[in-house]
Ligand binder design. Structure first.
Ligand code: NAD
Length: 439
């Protein structure tokens, strides 16, 4: 099938590339000229494991191309995806200006009937708005499908090719059959398509993200209580999570959730509820707990060293909001950095993939190290913010030698407290017993 994917970011580029890999003919469109130029030059503008290889192969086999020209891209297409960003507006609602701008462009340029697939995460009722935008800009009747995406950065390709389910919200048989043809390779390997109305499809995405965010905030809140009552959250998560109704996945304490989805989607869902005079108490609590959790690691540093960190320097391992991505949107590291800098500290950071993006955001306020070990040299403590695999089994003797003080703040509980203390470290983590600050 001939497909245009408008918006070539983390979702659009992965979706477009995987659809091309399934045998479709795909044109990826973006209005960011530099992004399209780098793709045309064979440079992938984001870090996503496995993506570069797949893009190059599909481009080489002439099933995938890139352009800034939406008119030419949708010419001859049967399906047009909308995969542009839907960031938070100032009031917490989802900013849909990109979605509607693209819908109007598609309507204005379409020369035949299209199935317009909304991949972006959009609040309930957006498909109706897109239908109206298409009607206003086009004489031709088009179909609008809500097909929210559930991929996770870091495993995006695997997630797209191996989804738990594909959600398709539509209003009639014709787009339903188009979507079945589109995802046929996934149906063949037994992946279910759940058909529903557009509104329920839109809500499903927010329900999933709000639930996952709540799960994280729930374990984080319990971790704080564990510190007070001298219990170990790791044991507690195993104890509770082994119940098959609860499960262990996505049930880790840490420094709070970040990224381009959970924070903004949680806010947008609350906004939708408020517009209908409803208060989503649980969802609101998930956000409140998360904002506190993002400050927890810096608070532990203040508890250890006092509120004035002038003259001190900290080594930060991990900047991306999670491992295997370079995405820094709403990353907990940004809160840690801000709080430490405000307290007068200097920071040397290392991240395997996100240092370019971090430098763009933070300028020269944070020094980027050449390696994780180099970041440690002379620092007063190591602060682990993102659990990249390469941070999991370091040479602790070397860490001790390089640090000015053998102190580790571990925001992801990746080390064993007993082992570290036996090696002579002062070790602070999340919810594993009462922290013992010296003095
Ligand atoms: P992104 O910011 O990485 O990419 C969006 C792209 O759209 C950018 O390249 C931007 O230049 C382009 N764009 C914006 N307006 C445009 C226009 N008018 N015409 C052409 N291109 C335009 O965003 P993303 O992370 O890929 O997210 C896209 C959507 O998918 C969002 O709604 C997000 O909530 C949702 N989503 C994201 C993820 C994720 O892990 N990133 C997962 C599931 C769903």
């Amino acid at each position: 099938m001939n497909i245009a994917v408008v918006g070539t970011g983390y979702v659009g580029l992965v979706a477009g590339t995987c659809l091309a890999d399934m045998g479709h003919q795909v044109v990826c469109v973006d209005n960011d000229r530099s992004k399209v130029q780098s793709l045309l030059d064979g440079i992938i503008p984001i870090y996503e494991p496995g993506l570069e290889h797949l893009v190059k192969r599909s481009v080489h086999e002439e099933r995938l191309s890139f352009t800034t020209d939406i008119r030419s891209a949708i010419h001859g297409c049967e399906v047009a995806y909308i995969a542009v960003g839907t960031p938070s507006a100032d009031d917490g609602s989802a900013d849909l200006s990109g979605v509607f701008a693209v819908a109007r462009e598609i309507g204005g340029y379409a020369v035949s009937s299209l199935t317009v697939v909304i991949k972006s995460t959009v609040p309930v009722g957006t498909a109706d708005g897109v239908r109206a935008a298409l009607r206003d800009s086009s004489e031709i009747p088009h179909h609008v499908v809500s097909n929210p995406e559930f991929l996770k950065e870091g495993t995006a390709i695997e997630d797209f090719r191996n989804p738990d389910r594909i959600i398709v919200g539509c209003a009639s048989e014709t787009p339903r059959r188009v979507m079945e043809r589109l995802y046929k390779p996934l149906l063949r390997i037994g992946k279910p398509i759940l058909f529903m109305d557009n509104r329920s499809a839109e809500m499903s995405k927010y329900a999933a993200n709000a639930f996952l965010a709540t799960r994280i905030s729930f374990i984080n809140e319990l971790a704080r209580l564990c510190e007070q009552v001298d219990a170990d959250i790791d044991a507690v998560r195993r104890g509770a999570g082994s119940d098959s109704r609860i499960g262990l996945r996505f049930f880790f304490p840490g420094v709070g959730y970040g990224g381009s989805c959970f924070p903004k989607d949680v806010r947008a869902l609350q906004f939708t509820a408020m517009a209908h005079d409803l208060h989503l108490h649980i969802v609101e609590a998930a956000e409140v707990v998360n904002l506190e959790q993002k400050r927890l690691l810096a608070r532990k540093i203040f508890a250890r060293f006092g509120p004035d960190l002038t003259g001190m320097r900290f080594a930060l391992w991990g900047l991306a909001f999670k491992p295997r991505t370079d995405d820094m949107r709403e990353a907990p590291s940004r809160v840690v950095v801000e709080m430490l800098l405000e307290a007068g500290a200097a920071i040397t950071a290392y991240d395997p993939e996100a240092m370019g993006e971090a430098s763009r955001l933070m300028g020269d306020k944070v020094r980027m190290a050449d390696s994780s070990l180099e970041a440690l040299d002379g620092a007063d403590a190591l602060v682990v913010v993102t659990e990249w695999n390469e941070f999991r089994s370091p040479d602790f003797e070397e860490i001790k030698q390089r640090l000015a003080k053998p102190v580790i703040f571990d925001g992801r509980n990746i080390y064993d407290p007993g082992d570290l203390r036996a090696m002579g470290f002062e070790y602070y983590c999340i919810g594993r017993g009462k922290p013992q600050y010296p003095g």
